[in-house]
Unconditional design. Structure first.
Length: 429
């Protein structure tokens, strides 16, 4: 009986591991790869028809027209399109698997001011949610803690790795702060009236942020008898080695945030959300503030807003001269795979297609501080890219045939594609 019991336990564990295990990450690039004949969308606004793209040892060595000599493994992509890998910033990808299973949820830690909490050490490279991003061309993400006033420190990873060490692109790139709201909705479940009402604690909450910044600055200037991990983590904001990603939507909140943080000696600030940022574009330009705007598949926040404000918000900000990326705040991790289609929505609002592409490639890479290696198809940069049968910003035609991360040809199979193939055999006849 004991032997039979051991066999059954082993079988159950094997089935469980198979059900949860991600496919094996791709090996390092071992030969020169040359992709020919495709329309190359560089990610900086340029397009090259009938292109030749060559990469070796994970780096792009040639990007140009058809006159280049061909060598190595040749992938013919006539009639197809090449894009840089898309980048999803400010998401908890790899930190949470199933919302209802607490053991799989590492996105939010206890405490309101916890900048020392590092997302990267909790990143799960074998997440099924992570692997489901790749078939739509999302190949990098900024894995980001959530919750509290200061949520913690993010890192940037690529989405095909054995572990977080292998996945790492940029470690501890920035700290994330949720700005308080000056108005809030009535909590009907506590007997309050519905609708918007002033936040009576707003000034108190601003004072708490100001005090924390002041204490962190003072900590960096003195030799403390004991280390404060929170204040220690904040020092990169004052030296400029880290960026502060501040989440704010209202006009007043954005102005208060930028003003207070600049006075608090924070060097690099990125606005995330920015629902009313279009109202204060000159102010944002004056302070050189880039914006990671919310997803476009959304409803207006207020009754008197334009019905299409979320659709056209990125275009309003770009037309105003701001550096803009799409962050899809508020969307679930699974919805992050729709990132290219959020950019496609802006094309429907009149933005040039190549400009919309920059919102999820070149612009985002620049905002995150990895533009020297990722975000565009340029010589010397990482060969993190994909080939699509059609327009990658159109959900009807974004069908990937090949994808590469740092030159490694990665699998586009996921548990979802496996299920699709399984049931297409039964119901797709």
């Amino acid at each position: 009986m004991r032997i039979l019991k051991n066999i059954l336990v082993t079988a159950v564990l094997s089935i469980g591991l198979h059900a949860w295990a991600q496919q094996t990450p791709a090996p390092a690039q071992s030969e020169i790869i040359c992709i020919t004949g495709a329309t190359a969308h560089i990610g900086n606004g340029q397009v090259i028809e009938n292109s030749v793209l060559v990469f070796e040892n994970g780096k792009i060595t040639f990007m140009g027209g058809p006159s280049a000599p061909l060598r190595g493994k040749i992938i013919e992509a006539n009639g197809k399109h090449i894009y840089p890998g898309f980048i999803a910033p400010g998401k908890s990808l790899g930190l949470i698997e199933v919302n209802a299973v607490r053991a799989s949820d590492d996105e939010d830690e206890i405490g309101d001011f916890i900048p020392n909490i590092r997302s990267i050490i909790a990143y799960n490279a074998e997440s099924k949610v992570v692997e489901s991003m790749r078939p739509n061309g999302v190949l990098l993400t900024q894995t980001t803690p959530q919750g509290g006033r200061i949520s913690g420190t993010s890192s940037i990873v690529q989405l095909d790795a054995w572990n977080w060490e292998d996945a790492l692109v940029k470690e501890d790139d920035g700290i994330h702060m949720n700005w308080p709201r000056s108005f809030r909705r009535g909590r009907w479940w506590l007997g309050e009236e519905r609708g918007w009402k002033p936040n009576k604690d707003y000034q108190k909450q601003l004072g708490e942020i100001k005090d924390y910044l002041s204490s962190a600055v003072a900590y960096g200037k003195t030799s403390a008898s004991s280390e404060n991990e929170g204040f220690k983590a904040m020092q990169g904001l004052f030296s400029g080695s880290k960026k502060l990603y501040v989440y704010a939507d209202g006009e007043k909140e954005i102005i208060d945030a930028i003003t207070l943080l600049k006075e608090g000696n924070v060097k690099e600030i990125v606005l995330v959300g920015g629902y009313e940022a279009y109202k204060i574009i000159p102010f944002l330009k004056q302070h050189n503030i880039p914006v990671l705007v919310q997803q476009t598949h959304n409803l207006p926040n207020r009754e008197d807003d334009d019905y299409d404000l979320p659709y056209k918000l990125p275009k309003l900000l770009v037309d105003g001269g701001l550096l803009v990326g799409i962050q899809n705040s508020g969307a679930s991790n699974f919805q992050t795979r729709n990132l290219p289609f959020y950019a496609g929505q802006v094309v429907g609002q009149g933005m040039e297609k190549e400009t919309a592409l920059k919102l999820i490639s070149g612009n985002t890479a620049e905002i995150l501080g990895i533009g020297d290696r990722y975000g565009t198809l340029e010589v010397g940069k990482s060969a993190t890219l994909f080939v699509s049968e059609g327009d990658a910003l159109d959900m009807r035609t974004n069908v990937l045939t090949h994808a590469f991360i740092d030159g490694r040809m990665i699998s586009l199979e996921t548990h979802q594609t496996e299920l699709w193939k399984r049931y297409m055999g039964k119901y797709g006849k």
